[in-house]
Write a new protein. Structure first.
Length: 164
């Protein structure tokens, strides 16, 4: 696991009034990533608008988790129920708070919720060039299943799983 967080960190479900800041943080994280093409970025931004985040938590209250240091929003974890599994669609940390274990803490919080729902697996994907994501997923016990070439948005992805 990553280094321990050096400040008080809370992780909880997103409240409806937090949809706008979560969407803004998602936008900030996504737009800074060098491994997504413009088509991918545009499509992903449309999926995580404040309205769609609110819709997500109305259907699945644990689908948007938010990490806060004091009252500052520092990270997010977006997931969805997927035919008996949980699909981890995104997790991200504010650039000023990276390398402090927040990503790992978000994944651990997701796993606890998955166990409570008596589900057996989390799956996700990451871009093949995303070394930061690869590092966190590996350190948290995710297993690389395969590399899918020329896939979503014409880009290469790694598929991951974690049995919980």
């Amino acid at each position: 696991m990553s280094a321990k967080v050096a400040f008080p960190l809370t992780i909880d479900r997103m409240a409806y009034d937090e949809a706008e800041p979560v969407s803004l943080l998602f936008t900030q994280v996504l737009m800074a990533l060098p491994y997504y093409n413009e088509v991918a970025k545009k499509a992903e931004l449309e999926k995580y608008s404040p309205a769609l985040l609110c819709d997500s938590i109305s259907k699945e209250p644990d689908s948007v988790l938010v990490a806060k240091a004091s009252s500052q929003m520092v990270g997010f974890c977006l997931s969805h129920y997927d035919d008996g599994l949980i699909w981890l669609s995104w997790f991200g940390v504010h650039p000023s708070y990276r390398h402090g274990g927040i990503g790992s803490a978000l994944l651990k919080a997701l796993e606890e919720r998955v166990r409570a729902r008596r589900l057996h697996k989390i799956w996700c994907d990451s871009r093949t060039e995303n070394e930061a994501s690869r590092s966190v997923l590996t350190s948290c016990g995710y297993t690389q299943l395969c590399i899918v070439r020329n896939h979503w948005y014409g880009q290469d992805f790694i598929l991951w799983e974690k049995l919980v």
